[in-house]
Ligand binder design. Structure first.
Ligand SMILES: [Zn+2]
Length: 100
């Protein structure tokens, strides 16, 4: 109970310590046009090319794309493992044939 007094509460939406840029967005004191939605925004870094909303969408889409790629790689890997298993079985069968 007393421990709560010692906690330093910060805003979960405080972006001050975030690493910028994030998918094209960075906060700042400039105006800019978002390349994705075409909207005109204030409070952007002068080098930002996305609004924060679009930057979040880009990050989400990229993550989904990476997850799909990982899934495809896993399926290909499983197929290769099965193929290697078949080849190894053939190899051991040949060895058996040659040794007798
Ligand atoms: Zn946008």
């Amino acid at each position: 109970m007393g421990g709560l007094k010692n906690i330093e509460w910060k805003s979960g939406a405080d972006l001050g310590e975030a690493r910028w840029p994030f998918c094209g967005y960075a906060p700042g004191a400039y105006m800019g046009k978002c390349r994705r939605c075409g909207g005109h925004y204030v409070e952007m870094d002068k080098r930002a090319w996305h609004c924060l909303s679009c930057a979040i969408s880009v990050a989400t889409e990229k993550l989904e794309s990476f997850q799909n790629s990982a899934r495809e790689l896993k399926e290909e890997n499983d197929t290769l493992k099965r193929a290697i298993g078949i080849v190894e079985q053939c190899g051991s069968t040949n060895e058996t044939c040659q040794s007798t």
